[in-house]
Design a protein around this ligand. Sequence first.
Ligand code: GTP
Ligand code: MG
Length: 175
Amino acid sequence: TPRFAQFKLVLLGESAVGKSSIVHRFVKDQFDEFRESTIGAAFLTQTVLLPNNITIKFEIWDTAGQERYKSLAPMYYRNANCAIIVYDITQESSLEKAKQWVKELQRQANQDIIIALAGNKLDLAESDPSTRKIKKEDAFTYSREENLLFFEVSAKTGEGVKNIFQSIAKKLPID
Ligand code: GTP
Ligand code: MG
């Protein structure tokens, strides 16, 4: 029998890591080289179809990473069922920022929130390995310790992007 469920998902992470680009790749299958920094937050929806005829609708809050918007974040993660914390594998500081978000969610968000860590801009490291500043192994080890789903992706090529949402959808509670 077909089933349908909807869940609230929030994206968090330092400015310019590619949160909006990941969402646009997932929702519209498009990428802009010159995307404008998000103001406040953006709301989008997209569905994924799981095996067994289960349709999952994601209500997505794409938050603004700039420091001046930090105080708005709790409004968006408060009732979230799932979160994608994004960092940029070519920016050292962005993983530290991601870890701060993980801590904040573990303290302040729903107890059963599903958190995924996504290292974006994989295309850059694939075309020039010297641009990589964060080893996959280090981020993976951290994710395992904190019980997070973990992915390296590229919003530019689309590599791995659908898989983040599919993997989260599979872990969501559906009755
Ligand atoms: P804020 O809205 O300020 O929080 O930033 P954001 O995290 O939403 O980043 P955004 O999606 O606006 O992307 C920032 C810049 O990185 C843009 O110029 C994008 O084109 C670029 N970018 C995003 N994803 C990728 C990627 O996978 N590869 C490459 N090469 N560039 C990317
Ligand atoms: Mg944005």
